[in-house]
Design a protein around this ligand. Structure first.
Ligand SMILES: [Zn+2]
Length: 176
């Protein structure tokens, strides 16, 4: 999937573009948080005399793992952003920011992939879990059991002493 807009030779005016954003974008960036996505990114490009603006609107949902019960859950995505697109001046470093894209004047296209990806990620909550009481109770019970098991194991290894093996041997010897 590409997220490119052809900008060279555009007449002044307004242009609309639509890009579907799916889970593959997040896999491409090796994003561990997002399992799947179904977002539509709409771009309105406005070209005036000597300037160009892109208005970005993202709507849809991404699927992440609930931090509490580890089941999939959907997070709504809804953001908008404006970007100025302008050609690089001679000798200028072409460092993009979240407010503008600087394009090489020789480039015919502008790639919005990084921006779309960043805007979705920035708008995701740091902690994502189902509302209280809406987690999968079966999963919660399983996780709880697993955790209890691990703690028990930990306790067992902590109380292990090198003499307990020796003691076993001595006990065995006595029985013979
Ligand atoms: Zn949950």
């Amino acid at each position: 999937m590409d997220y490119k807009i052809h900008i060279s030779g555009l007449a002044q005016g307004k242009y609309e573009y639509e890009f579907p954003v799916k889970g593959d974008l997040f896999r491409e960036y090796e994003n561990q948080q997002v399992i799947d996505a179904d977002v539509t990114a709409r771009v309105t490009l406005e070209k005036g005399s000597g300037w160009m603006n892109a208005h970005l609107r993202g709507e849809g949902k991404v699927t992440v793992q609930c931090d509490r019960c580890l089941e999939d859950m959907d997070i709504p995505v809804d953001f908008s952003a404006s970007l100025a697109i302008r050609p690089a001046k001679l000798g200028e470093e072409t460092e993009d920011s979240d407010e503008f894209i600087i394009v090489d004047p020789s480039e015919a296209e502008v790639d919005l992939k990084q921006f779309i990806y960043d805007y979705i990620c920035v708008n995701l909550p740091m902690v994502s879990s189902h509302p209280e009481g809406e987690c999968n109770p079966e999963m919660l019970a399983r996780i709880e059991a697993l955790r209890a098991g691990q703690e028990k194991k930990k306790e067992e290894t902590e109380t292990y002493s090198p003499f307990s093996g020796l003691k076993d041997l001595l006990d065995k010897g006595k029985k013979k």
